[in-house]
Ligand binder design. Structure first.
Ligand SMILES: Nc1ncnc2c1ncn2[C@@H]1O[C@H](COP(=O)(O)OP(=O)(O)OP(=O)(O)O)[C@@H](O)[C@H]1O
Length: 290
């Protein structure tokens, strides 16, 4: 039995088909979900987190149907942690108070056990020393870690993280990677991000979504291999048929796709190069604002 089994899952908002007959299964390990804006990543994560229902298709979480009975849903939610893209903090709570509030909602009724668990998850995200600080006074990255702490309550078997690295500085991102890779050994971690380097550093598996469908599902190494021989460094401005190119800090041009410019030297592709090539024209929407 997989932790998560999705079969022909479809979700439509009005006229927008956010997910179109998606088949995916997840078990132990860290899977990165990549895709341009509007690809359907958050919709997929919200379905796995039982926050919304699919219109069609079958969703099995830990072998159970989240919309079968209230008892089944409760059983699933006990084993599920969810970090949404945006999380509101009611009132002017401390970090400890907020995580404890979520623990109460998750029916951690024994006060002593609950307090120990809240302290454990705050330590796990490196916020032990800031537990008594008001959330409103924390930095954006620290607040994101409070949000992560609540998702880790009870050592879930399914962990759903929507853009967990947003707002984290490089040290915090490295700490988060260490925490998540350790968790991946015993639970199914599913995370969405726009940071291909986080996926390259952390995930065994990568799923690329675009337009509500799965464009790639495999290892990071296999995705990177699809770009072999299609990325170059050159001194002169590349031709117009390159998919994308930019001038690097060394003054050379990094060219992805198209025909090799004169004097171009092949270079090892990154996951970002492979991702851009995989999405082709759609990928420009991702890089355009940069
Ligand atoms: N509540 C909603 N009502 C209407 N349309 C929605 C709603 N939520 C999502 N959509 C639409 O569904 C599509 C998929 O959105 P979703 O948020 O799942 O994408 P995403 O890949 O997470 O995007 P992003 O990277 O921008 O967060 C988009 O076209 C979006 O506009």
């Amino acid at each position: 039995m997989n932790a998560v089994d999705l079969t022909a899952v479809t979700k439509t908002y009005g006229r927008t088909r956010a997910l179109d007959a998606v088949d995916l299964s997840f078990d132990r390990g860290v899977t990165g979900l990549l895709g341009p804006n509007g690809a359907g990543k958050t919709t997929l994560l919200r379905i796995v987190a039982t926050s919304i229902a699919a219109d069609r298709g079958d969703v099995r979480l830990l072998g159970r149907d989240p919309h079968g009975s209230h008892a089944e849903l409760t059983e699933i939610r006990r084993e599920l942690g969810y970090l949404p893209q945006e999380l509101g903090y009611p009132g002017d709570m401390t970090a400890f108070g907020f995580v404890e509030y979520v623990a109460v909602l998750k029916e951690w009724n024994d006060r002593g056990r609950r307090h120990r668990e809240v302290r454990r998850v705050l330590e796990l995200v490196g916020l032990g020393d800031l537990a008594t600080k008001r959330v409103s006074k924390l930095s954006g990255g620290q607040r994101r870690r409070v949000a992560l702490a609540q998702a880790l309550l009870g050592d879930p078997r399914i962990l759903v993280l929507d853009e967990p690295t947003t707002g984290l500085d490089p040290t915090q991102r490295a700490d988060l990677r260490r925490t998540l890779s350790a968790l991946g050994g015993r639970c199914a971690v599913l995370l969405s991000t726009h940071q291909t380097e986080d996926v390259a550093a952390l995930c065994e598996r990568v799923v690329v979504l675009a337009g509500g469908t799965v464009r790639f599902d495999g290892t990071v190494t296999d995705l990177v291999a699809t770009a072999a021989g299609r990325v170059w460094l050159c001194d002169d401005e590349p031709g117009t048929d390159a998919l994308v190119s930019w001038r690097t800090g060394t003054g050379r041009h990094h060219v992805v796709g198209g025909t090799p410019p004169p004097g171009a030297v092949p270079t090892d592709p990154t996951l970002e190069d492979a991702y851009l090539l995989m999405l082709g024209a759609d990928a420009h929407a991702v890089r355009a604002p940069a």
